[in-house]
Design a protein around this ligand. Structure first.
Ligand code: SF4
Ligand code: SF4
Ligand code: SF4
Length: 244
């Protein structure tokens, strides 16, 4: 019997799910090892239970809370997929504004039409077994986790800074070129792809567990970034993880 796999979307842009459909070279191999029983973007069928549920997007309403509890009850393994699901991601910027201002910006005079909650990661509501980080979720990470689950192995964990992989790749540090970068506190596993292309890291994979927020803030302001801009950079994907 092949494992029954389902994909679900909560509050997010659906970029993580689309990223998965881009597995042109691997899709047939994936389909050979599992039965995909639910995936709103590509099929109409539904199932009662799942061996593995991949969940994209975060929690942002009472309806989301009810639905994720239902999915959790019916899933043996639940995987949070992408920044919105893993730590709140960009959705959590909502939490830094007065809720009425957020409602009004989105729905105008219909601002009380829909019930809303502060943006939360999936783990704030139900137990999450595993995660695939990034915005959008990293394709290599997804494949590694998928293979580990199918073959009963432990998926890799990444709790070291992006700087580690950046140094291993022998990139020139962006701080040497007049730019700034969140690599010292951001969680690696992406092969430091952004600095590798000359773009600063914005921490889309979350921050390392023992990150030093005050030191990062000081490094940014010492390099000419205003405190307000530094705060914006550090909260872009990680509003749930910082106090600045
Ligand atoms: S993590 Fe990024 S790509 Fe994925 S749903 Fe959220 S905003 Fe979209
Ligand atoms: S460019 Fe960024 S990730 Fe690379 S070494 Fe410098 S601070 Fe670290
Ligand atoms: S370098 Fe930073 S922003 Fe780019 S993918 Fe890695 S964690 Fe995300």
């Amino acid at each position: 019997m092949k494992p029954k796999v389902a994909f679900f979307d909560f509050t997010g842009c659906e970029g993580c799910q689309l990223n998965k459909l881009n597995f042109e070279n691997e899709l047939l191999d994936i389909l050979a090892h599992v039965d995909i029983v639910e995936f709103r973007e590509v099929m109409d069928e539904r199932a009662d239970s799942y061996d593995i549920a991949f969940v994209e997007g975060g929690i942002s309403s009472p309806a989301c809370v009810e639905r994720i509890h239902d999915i959790r009850r019916r899933s043996k393994i639940l995987v949070a997929m992408g920044a919105c699901a893993v730590n709140g991601g960009i959705n959590a910027l909502k939490n830094r504004q007065p809720i009425d201002a957020v409602r009004e910006a989105v729905y105008g005079e219909d601002k009380y039409l829909f019930a809303t909650l502060p943006a939360m990661p999936i783990s704030a509501v139900v137990k999450v077994d595993l995660e695939v980080r990034g915005c959008p979720m990293s394709q290599p990470d997804f494949l590694k986790l998928f293979k580990a689950l199918v073959f009963g192995k432990q998926p890799p964990k990444y709790d070291y800074a992006v700087c580690v992989e950046c140094k291993l790749n022998e990139n020139e540090c962006l701080f040497n070129t007049g730019q700034v970068c969140l690599g010292p506190i951001s969680r690696g596993g992406c092969e430091a792809i952004c600095p590798g292309f000359g773009q600063f890291c914005t921490g889309c994979r979350g921050f390392v567990e023992d990150m030093n927020e005050a030191a990062m803030l000081k490094i940014l302001t010492d390099h000419g970034v205003s405190r307000d801009e530094a705060r914006k950079q550090m909260t872009l994907f990680n509003a749930t993880e910082v106090s600045v």
